[in-house]
Ligand binder design. Structure first.
Ligand SMILES: Nc1ncnc2c1ncn2[C@@H]1O[C@H](COP(=O)(O)OP(=O)(O)OP(=O)(O)O)[C@@H](O)[C@H]1O
Ligand SMILES: O=C(O)C[C@@H](O)[C@H](O)C(=O)CO
Length: 338
């Protein structure tokens, strides 16, 4: 059963809107950031990672975002171009705003944290003037990353993109993508997350992210109640992730499909979510059954957990499928059957 019908006549598969930053991941990991001395630089930011992920899987991606007018801004644009991502809607900041920097701390395979430098972050300078209808109309889907709603002018730009997507039947994917930085209050988060969630065809988030989104509605819901609520509001698929416990996709017809994480030798604790979204959405765009989309998402998430980087370590579709084949031989099926 196909839960989402994309307009296959459109040239672009997906536009990713929101945060693009630089990740600095320690090479001398398994110690604290206080002690780490050597870092490797990567393109970072959740929607940027997903753009690279989906481009490597073979999808035609475009990015709607803002970068700094400096060497790091050029690094991002050149990296995206090398990956085949359309950069025609990435513009440069004009008032000296800088790309956000993310220093990651990898204390152990299971304990990681991220430290973000996001004062006057370039990505949040995206403005309504940067959003044009034709671009959104020409894409099968638009992924909105929740962090883009944290502040003006990016907040209004995001809502404008959302309106064009709804008007033109461009499927809206909302990756709640909670990062505490730049938000004025939890009420603001609840207000803006829920505005977008109410209009999304697919919502992806962790339990904590749904709790934040629902804080002004009816807090304390369980997963089934959350999924039913958003499907009643018009969503076709609601994905709730539970880290190492696995994840479930709830569909508008009342079904749910669960997948366990693939066993892997973890290197770090972050990046799984972006790998997951890349392959899950790839599967939907390819017209796979939802359980196959979940299997690919969970597999790619595990591959990212085992890698040093996020964007740079995104695999090809063949590599994800090979990983699934090998894992199934060793560990059996990851599909959690009711
Ligand atoms: N240790 C692990 N081993 C294998 N897979 C994992 C592990 N931890 C997480 N995953 C996979 O990564 C997916 C996403 O992780 P999580 O639920 O923590 O989302 P997230 O908070 O969006 O992640 P991120 O830290 O990348 O933002 C999980 O649903 C699971 O499939
Ligand atoms: O999402 C971010 O801004 C930082 C990421 O690039 C980071 O590496 C991560 O946490 C991935 O989920």
């Amino acid at each position: 059963m196909k839960y989402i019908e994309f307009d296959q006549s459109r040239e672009m598969d997906i536009i990713l809107l929101g945060r693009v930053t630089i990740d600095f991941n320690p090479l001398d990991y398994y110690k604290s950031l206080v002690e780490s001395e050597t870092f490797r630089k990567y393109v970072g930011g959740s929607p940027a990672n997903i753009a690279v992920g989906m481009a490597r899987l073979g999808k035609k991606c475009g990015f709607l975002g803002k970068v700094s007018d400096d060497q790091f801004g050029r690094f991002v644009v050149e990296y995206f171009e090398k990956e085949g991502i359309d950069t025609s809607r990435i513009s440069k900041c004009e008032h000296g705003e800088k790309l956000g920097l993310t220093f990651t701390e990898i204390l152990s395979p299971t304990e990681s944290s991220i430290l973000m430098y996001r004062n006057q972050a370039a990505d949040l300078q995206l403005s309504v003037a940067d959003i044009d209808e034709e671009y959104i109309k020409n894409s099968k889907a638009l992924l909105i990353s929740g962090t883009a709603l944290a502040m003006s002018p990016s907040r209004e730009a995001t809502l404008k993109a959302l309106q064009f997507a709804k008007k033109n039947n461009t499927k809206v994917i909302f990756d709640i993508d909670y990062r505490e930085y730049n938000w004025a209050s939890r009420d603001d988060m609840a207000i803006y997350y829920s505005i977008v969630a109410h209009q999304s065809d697919i919502i992806i988030g962790s339990r904590e992210e749904f709790d934040i989104t629902e804080a002004l509605l009816d807090p304390g819901r369980d997963d089934h109640t959350t999924a039913k609520y958003w499907c009643d509001q018009g969503s076709r698929i609601v994905v709730i992730k539970h880290g190492k416990e696995g994840s479930t996709a709830y569909t508008y017809d009342g079904n749910d499909y669960s997948i366990k994480p693939f066993p892997v030798k973890a290197l770090k604790g972050f990046g799984g979510g972006d790998g997951y979204a890349s392959s899950f959405l790839y599967g939907l765009l390819e017209g796979y059954e939802i359980i196959e989309c979940l299997e690919m998402g969970s597999a790619q998430a595990a591959m990212l957990i085992a890698s040093h980087g996020c964007s740079a370590d995104m695999p090809s579709a063949e590599a994800v499928k090979e990983f699934i084949r090998e894992s199934k031989e060793k560990y059996g099926d990851m599909v959690a059957r009711a």
